[in-house]
Design a protein around this ligand. Structure first.
Ligand code: FES
Length: 118
């Protein structure tokens, strides 16, 4: 996610723009983004010059979409946690907490519904 170069004494050196990238990485982590998500966002920015205002804004929009999705998922999990309190089954076929990525559960039911229908 960052680049460096070495001087004649073999000491690693960083361009001043790297400080900004490190700040972006730390901010992304504070927002709960994974390093992979941050890396993906940084890949859209130039490595050897400061990003333009438009480039920062586009990256910010992409992060907002990711954060909106995470907030939606966490809110959904919080609201459905009530079913799990006192249960403890953590079943892949029926537990929303254990299987939060089951996006077809709302329309087809919990579990491997596509596999069942084949
Ligand atoms: S722990 Fe049983 S449904 Fe979630």
């Amino acid at each position: 996610m960052i680049t460096s170069w070495r001087n004649q004494g073999n000491q690693r050196r960083y361009d001043s723009s790297v400080l900004r990238r490190v700040a972006v990485i730390k901010t992304g982590q504070q927002l709960g983004l994974s390093l992979e998500e941050i890396k993906h966002a940084l890949s859209s920015l130039p490595l050897n010059r400061a990003p333009s205002q438009e480039e920062w804004e586009q990256m910010g929009k992409n992060w907002k979409e990711i954060l909106d999705q995470k907030i939606w998922l966490m809110t959904k999990l919080r609201d459905e946690l009530g079913e799990c309190i006192g249960c403890g089954c953590l079943s892949m076929s029926r537990c929303r907490l254990r299987n939060p990525q089951d996006t077809l559960a709302d329309t087809l039911g919990n579990g491997a519904t596509l596999w069942k229908s084949e």
